[in-house]
Design a protein around this ligand. Sequence first.
Ligand SMILES: Nc1ncnc2c1ncn2[C@@H]1O[C@H](COP(=O)(O)OP(=O)(O)OP(=O)(O)O)[C@@H](O)[C@H]1O
Length: 260
Amino acid sequence: MLKLKKLVKTYATGDQALKSIELEVPEGQVLALIGPSGAGKSTLIRCINRLVEPTSGEVWLGDTELTKLNSSGLRRARREMGMIFQEYALVERLTVMENVLSGRLGYVGFWRSLTRRFPQSDVDEAFRLLDRVGLLAMADKRADELSGGQRQRVGICRALIQNPKLLLVDEPTASLDPKTSRQIMRLICELCAERGLAAIINIHDVALAQMFVQRVVGLRFGAVEFDGPPEALVPDVLTTIYGEEDWEATIKKDDEEVAQ
Ligand SMILES: Nc1ncnc2c1ncn2[C@@H]1O[C@H](COP(=O)(O)OP(=O)(O)OP(=O)(O)O)[C@@H](O)[C@H]1O
């Protein structure tokens, strides 16, 4: 469904953030992207929807080569890729409902978006999504009245109301406490399963990634160092991705898989 071919990103500073990445993500697969700081995880996610322009190589979403699209083609293609951010990127003075509906701005016409008059079907879907993530009662609250976990749930609804094929998720739990982090990861993975949605989740917490995803890709110095199931992330493998460290405390223990 998503295919990256020889994807390279060299920043103007000369930093080679991605070195010829080859990656395929089938429909419905949730993949965690791990690796040390500076490995290129954010760059990879942002090159897919061209928030960062790749230097060379190809990005394919289904039959569309995203790297070939002009700006209007890209605008259309971006509807198919929902993005969830670490810092939520909500509009603080708008309500929860308005923030969720802003996910539809790529679909509604210019005048409608200017006056924020969304079709009833969009409003109905926003209510359904808010109900699904447990925020129905918050629909009229301002975004700046919410906790971090609640904000991220709004961010998830905003991405899903686009009806995307792929979710690009950039450190969704980095600003959250451990329990809320688990809840958010679980929610993202459940929603992907319910909707047959593929996702790439850039995440620092290896144990959290191992708990929820089917596939882990480890980046190091802009190259894929590991690609496999979470249980294959043994200490030696972590050392090749991150360098020398005592990994026993990091790797998921079976009895840690709490179903809360
Ligand atoms: N806008 C930029 N201009 C120049 N260099 C950049 C830019 N953004 C990232 N880089 C460089 O590209 C490399 C990869 O950065 P990137 O942010 O993608 O890594 P990351 O794995 O997401 O790191 P982190 O986990 O710390 O967020 C780093 O060497 C970084 O310094």
